[in-house]
Design a protein around this ligand. Structure first.
Ligand SMILES: NC(=O)c1ccc[n+]([C@@H]2O[C@H](COP(=O)([O-])OP(=O)(O)OC[C@H]3O[C@@H](n4cnc5c(N)ncnc54)[C@H](OP(=O)(O)O)[C@@H]3O)[C@@H](O)[C@H]2O)c1
Length: 237
């Protein structure tokens, strides 16, 4: 695919799977995350035109630098995937202010300014695709995720507004509303938003590579084709 793609949070999990999937499809990649050693391994394994850059999405200047790298090195930005995110699960009564602030900074501010950095470039080009990785936590009400859910409902809201503003520039915006994906996201959790006796993330959740294929399909659609929301849920028996 003749596309330049920027992916945040590409050092592991879904972001890593997106990087590998888009690399196999022939895309030029700029990958961002904080764990640079891990990110460089992913970039090396992607091969071809793949660049790894330290990027903490809580810092808008670092998001702008990530996007600038794509333009400087590859001459364009075709697809921006705002994927970086994390959660601390637990009852509202136990939620620490610092955890709340970190989720807000990463999941909302990071996506918001990732969109702004990308849209500034895409507006000039008159085309482009922004994919915001949301969650079923932003479309349902589940226990133990009041804080994380609040951030993903915010992503849904800002994505809906951006869809309308970006359309005026020929830019498409998609929200990926994903259910459980088998990634390190679930490692070592005290609380989860589902009954543990019924669900085991490693057994019941989606393969990140399969979810990444869905995003690749979205990116392959023509510029005249908008998919405002893509929902993927594991089939729970
Ligand atoms: N796993 C699921 O079931 C699931 C379901 C729906 C939606 N999601 C969403 O999917 C996205 C990816 O999650 P995942 O499952 O792949 O989680 P993960 O395995 O924990 O990976 C999270 C990624 O985000 C990066 N990241 C976290 N904070 C960052 C920051 N401040 N700046 C830059 N990168 C940061 C991490 O890299 P560094 O630590 O190296 O920075 C890592 O690459 C998140 O937005 C998550 O909310 C996940």
């Amino acid at each position: 695919m003749d596309r330049t793609v920027v992916i945040t949070g590409a050092s592991r999990g879904l972001g890593e799977a997106l990087a590998r999937t888009f690399a196999r499809a022939g895309a030029r990649l700029v990958l961002g995350a904080r764990d640079v050693a891990r990110l460089e391994t992913v970039a090396h394994e992607c091969g071809g035109d793949t660049i790894a850059r330290a990027c903490d999405v809580r810092e808008p200047t670092q998001l702008r630098a990530l996007v600038a790298t794509a333009v400087e090195r590859f001459g364009s930005l075709d697809v921006m995937i705002n994927n970086a995110g994390f959660s601390v699960y637990g009852p509202l009564l136990d939620t620490k202010e610092a955890d709340f602030d970190e989720m807000l900074a990463t999941n909302v501010k990071g996506v918001y300014f990732g969109c702004q950095a990308a849209l500034r470039v895409m507006r000039e080009a008159g085309r482009g695709l922004i994919v915001n990785v949301s969650s079923i936590a932003g479309a349902r009400h589940l226990p133990n995720e009041s804080a994380y859910g609040a951030t993903k409902w915010a992503v849904q809201g800002l994505t809906g507004v951006l869809q309308q503003e970006a359309a005026a520039f020929g830019v498409r915006v998609t929200s990926l509303v994903a259910g459980g994906i088998a990634t390190p996201f679930w490692d070592g959790r005290e609380y989860v938003p589902f009954p543990r006796e019924r669900l085991d993330p490693a057994r019941d959740f989606m393969d990140p590579a399969e979810v990444a294929e869905v995003v690749l399909d979205v990116a392959r659609k023509s510029d005249r084709f908008v998919m405002p929301e893509v929902m993927c849920l594991p089939l729970i028996r």
